[in-house]
Each structure stands twice: as C-alpha cells, then as structure tokens.
Design a protein around this ligand. Structure first.
Ligand SMILES: [Cu+2]
Length: 142
C-alpha cells in the first residue's frame, strides 16, 4: 500500500511537470522512456534534487543505467551545471542532487547509457523561480 502511494505521488508529480515542460515525456528512437521531475516543484534557486525515471518501451523500470546530466541556460556566460548519479535506480527511479544556480529558463539534458550500449538523450525545459535574487536572462524577453 505504501509503495502504491509512492508510485501515485511520483505519477502525479510527473503529470504536473509534463504540463509545464514542453518535452518531458518523449520516447526516443532507442525506445527508452526518460522522465524527470524536479523536487521541490516548482524549482527555486539552490540545492535541489532531480527525480529521474527510466523505463524501456514496455514500461519496465531500468535500474542499471549510466547517466550524464547537464543543466544549462541559453544566455551568454552561463556555466552549465553537471550532476552525477550516486548509485543505481530503484524501481527505475534515480534520485540525483542538483543545484539550480540561477532563476530563469533551464534546459536539462539527460544522457542515458544502458549496460548493453544502448544510448538515449532527452531534454527538459524547466523554469526555475527566484527567491531574492534577480532573474537572469533578458527581462525584455518575457
Ligand atoms: Cu543563467
């Protein structure tokens, strides 16, 4: 029952994120499904986590994926933020520490490699909110 609730909560979270992120739920040509949800949501500047869910095209969770995670923004002078896995997945879910260093519109790229060499990549558009800091990027764009 507890496990069911966790799954339900994750499902709702992913639904929530996919409503805001333009490319959050796509199956790529390799047939690997990559979902991503920032916690907390909506994300704010500072230390946070990315909950990443990896499954095959039948929906079976994949726990032994390697991942390279890179967050960037489109403006000049932005230093990309890289994140590392701290172990494997559990039921296909990976919990990755990540720091949002600026507010504004981010693109998080997740590169996945499976033990058999299969590779997949997915991009997620994520809007990070600011607390006290100024919004980065061009204010005239909005
Ligand atoms: Cu920036």
């Amino acid at each position: 029952m507890h496990k069911y609730l966790v799954s339900l909560a994750l499902f709702l979270l992913f639904m929530l994120v996919s409503g805001c992120a333009r490319e959050s739920r796509q199956v790529d040509s390799a047939g690997i499904l990559i979902k991503l949800a920032p916690i907390p949501f909506p994300p704010i500047i500072g230390e946070s986590r990315l909950v990443i869910q990896i499954a095959d095209n039948m929906g079976n969770p994949i726990d032994d994926a390697q991942m390279a995670i890179r967050g960037s923004m489109s403006h000049a002078g932005m230093i990309p933020v890289l994140a590392e896995l701290e172990g494997g997945g559990k039921d296909g879910v990976y919990d990755v520490p990540f720091e949002w260093t600026m507010a504004g519109d981010w693109i998080v790229t997740v590169d996945v490699q499976l033990p058999d060499g299969t590779m997949a990549e997915e991009h997620f558009d994520i809007a990070v909110q600011f607390e006290d800091e100024e919004r980065c990027g061009n204010p005239g764009q909005e």
